[in-house]
Structure formats: structure tokens, C-alpha cells
Design a protein around this ligand. Sequence first.
Ligand SMILES: NC(=O)c1ccc[n+]([C@@H]2O[C@H](COP(=O)([O-])OP(=O)(O)OC[C@H]3O[C@@H](n4cnc5c(N)ncnc54)[C@H](OP(=O)(O)O)[C@@H]3O)[C@@H](O)[C@H]2O)c1
Length: 241
Amino acid sequence: MKKVLVLGANGATGSLLVQQLLQKGMNVIAIVRTPNTLKQLIGAQVNLKEVEADISAISEKDLAQYLDKCDAVLSCLGHNLTLKGVFGHPKFLVTDAVEKVSRVLESINPKRKVKFILMNSTGNSNRDIPEIPPLSQRFVISILRLLLPPHVDNEKAADFLRLNISHKHSCIEWVAVRPDSLTDEGSVTHYDIFTSPTRNAIFDSAPTSRINVANFMTNLVTNEDLWHEWKGKMPVVYNHV
Ligand SMILES: NC(=O)c1ccc[n+]([C@@H]2O[C@H](COP(=O)([O-])OP(=O)(O)OC[C@H]3O[C@@H](n4cnc5c(N)ncnc54)[C@H](OP(=O)(O)O)[C@@H]3O)[C@@H](O)[C@H]2O)c1
């Protein structure tokens, strides 16, 4: 049975992700700041261990225990849309978490590759490939970089995966999943996956339902062909229209 650790597990996408991972028969360790929030959302589950901890504050020793024998780490972390969440600390919630998990994984030196699957955003470009967003998008994004710390955090988190994991962390492989405009749907629908955004993320965004993001992230854990297709990349997810 695969063992996975989920960050941001009680969030709007994270809770859907946990449910789908459990449906696929995985052992899920969910890190949540408030005890039992996930249990209240999805009910008690035999294969779910809800750990009450703040990823920013948890000691590396404790995190190492939870990461032991994990096949994958999935992050749906995101800044809460409050003044404190957007402008307060931790400013680099997602980046710090990615770096911390990577450091701890490296220290426990797992015998096999561990998958790191990060929920990111189409507002972030993949600078590994010639991906040049429209001028209007680049203009707005450059302003968001100055005004909105969470945007910079998303960019830095993916940069860490691209620039560090690929070269320095031999036990980790990664995928950064980029949804467009998040929506809530009751069930998984058809969705399309692209190497790069096909639309302007600011002025012509398309819906990507959270449940489809959760489905794609789950499939990346379970489907080795899909994993090999996308590892080291930043796939974009749009609902199929
Ligand atoms: N909105 C969009 O259209 C859109 C589009 C593309 C990508 N995204 C990205 O998608 C991601 C997730 O979206 P979502 O709607 O599923 O997010 P969400 O419902 O707001 O969930 C965020 C999660 O992060 C946790 N979190 C927030 N601040 C934290 C902190 N300081 N320390 C520890 N945990 C913290 C929350 O836990 P608590 O419940 O304890 O706060 C929650 O589990 C974000 O990174 C966002 O940038 C959004």
C-alpha cells in the first residue's frame, strides 16, 4: 500500500485530494494546523492519519518520522485570502515547505525516488522552456510580483523544484501542476493537460475545477506512465470544454 503525505490537506483542493487518494487505497498522512478539520470535512477514515502541526513550525525530526517510507508528498498549500494570510508571515509559506520537505527527505535518504507534487498556478511560467506569456499578462504579473507576496511564493516554490531538486536532490522527482481559474464542481469531469498555458492567465482564464486538479495529482501518484510523461515539468490543467 502506498504511503503519501499531504500538505494543505484541509484546504478546498487538499481535502478533495485526500479523499481521492484514500479512494485509491493509499495510506494518507495529512498535516493540518487545526485538529480534526479534515475528519469533520470527510469523516473518519481508516487509512487517514491527521497530524496536527504547522508545516512552518514542525521540527525536522518530527517531519522525518512522517516522511519515513513515503512514496509521495503532495502540496495544496496556499496563502489564506485574508490580510494576514496574504501579507503576514510566513511570507514564503509554500517555498519554505517545499525546501523543508526536500531537506528532510534528503536527510533520511529514502532507498527509492519520492514524488513531490506541487499545486502551482498558470500565473507562473515554466522558465525551463520557451514559454512566453502574452505581453498584457507579463505586465500584470510584474505588478503582482511587487504587490502580492503569495504570487512570488508560488514562483519561488516552482523555481526551487526546477533549479534545485532536478540537480541536487537525487531522491526526489517532481511535478508542478498548474490549474487556471479554480472552481468547485461535485465530480471529476474531462480535463485537458498541456505543457504550457494556451490562454492568457489574467485576461482570458478558463475554469479548472479543484476536483479535477485533485484527480490529476492522484493519478500522478498511481499511474507510472503519466508520471514519466510529466516528471520535471509544469503541466497545465483546464476543464475540457
Ligand atoms: N484561486 C485560484 O483561482 C487559483 C488558481 C490557480 C492556482 N491557485 C493556487 O492553488 C493553491 C490552493 O488553492 P485552494 O483554493 O485549494 O486553497 P485553500 O482552500 O485556501 O487551502 C490552503 C491550504 O493551505 C493552508 N495554509 C494556509 N496558510 C497556512 C499557514 N500559514 N501555515 C500552514 N498552512 C497554511 C490552509 O490551512 P488552514 O485551513 O489551516 O488555513 C489550507 O489547508 C494555492 O497555492 C493557490 O495559489 C489558485
